[in-house]
Design a protein around this ligand. Sequence first.
Ligand SMILES: Cc1ncc(COP(=O)(O)O)c(C=O)c1O
Length: 363
Amino acid sequence: MKKMTLMNPGPVNVTDRVRDAQLRGDLCHREPEFLDLMLLIRKNLLQAFDIEKEYSAILITGSGTAALEMAVSSCLNPDRSILVIQNGVYGERIGKMADVYQMKKHTISYNWGEMPRLEEVEQALQKHSSIEVIAMVHHETTTGLLNPLPEIALLAKRYDKRLLVDCISSLGGDKINFGQYPIDFAVGTANKCLHGLPGVSFVFHRKKDLSRIKDLPARSIYFNLAEHLKAQEQGDTLFTPAIQAHYALDAALEELLEETVDGRIERYRKVAKDLRKGFKEIGFEFLIPESHQSNCLTALKLPNGISYDWLHDKLKENGFIIYAGQGLFSKEIFRIANMGNIESEKINLCLKVLKECFIKIGK
Ligand SMILES: Cc1ncc(COP(=O)(O)O)c(C=O)c1O
């Protein structure tokens, strides 16, 4: 298969070290070799983000949505309600999960790409005393918008609410200051900014919150966070994990610890800056203001007369995978992510191909 540069928001290109780690050998998940590996991954995840004292890392086999569902289904007392802030596909997905689990729910919904207004979040907290958990997405990948996590986390603290954050497409790429503002459940995955492979995801759960969740009635067998945590703390695993994805995550975490999270965030920031400078020079328009954009993905308006499929195929012919808009944006935008192990010369090459496409259609 032709080697592609993946400029979609995960799965990402990985290094040979991470790819080769999958071939470490067949292993039974009940053997000490796997259980030690799981402990090491949990420890290294916490160490990378410097949160060993305050947090536990709970692994689950599955894509990012598995970890998100584990957090959502395990976070709420049945007598209380969850407040979901929605401004894109992924915020709306949290709302859908809350519905599937028949949770009492309040939503604050915005147009996709619109910034949530803090005063409205605060009003909802004042109005509904039953709210126990606030749930939100950090980087809303639908539009590339970075939601105001520090400000909402401070509101959660002030009103003594638990905070659940989908950090799936930002963890390792945009700054999250766990020391400064508490997040009770932070959800992440291996195969975006952590540069692992699909198949394993995780939740960082604040240890302080354990006594609250451990006696909540179970809503799921597979996604029960407290049960996974109990097993993993005892050096065990509930079900059969994706062993090879764990090997790859282990290697990816070695790389992350070498680079440091701050180093990786800075690398992403610079690459996003270079890409955006190039997009503007070519003549593309951004979907959202630059000040709202994450370090990880840029949503661009499709110029008149250019279809996503045509653009996608032209880039693919040249070795690049880009990403379509979702739902109501499917005909309006396309997205270019800069996650993963992308060689620096590929950034300029991608811009060159985009420019040629622009010229071809007479823009
Ligand atoms: C913010 C966010 N949440 C959740 C998901 C779903 O992750 P997965 O496809 O790994 O289940 C994605 C995927 O892109 C995402 O960007």
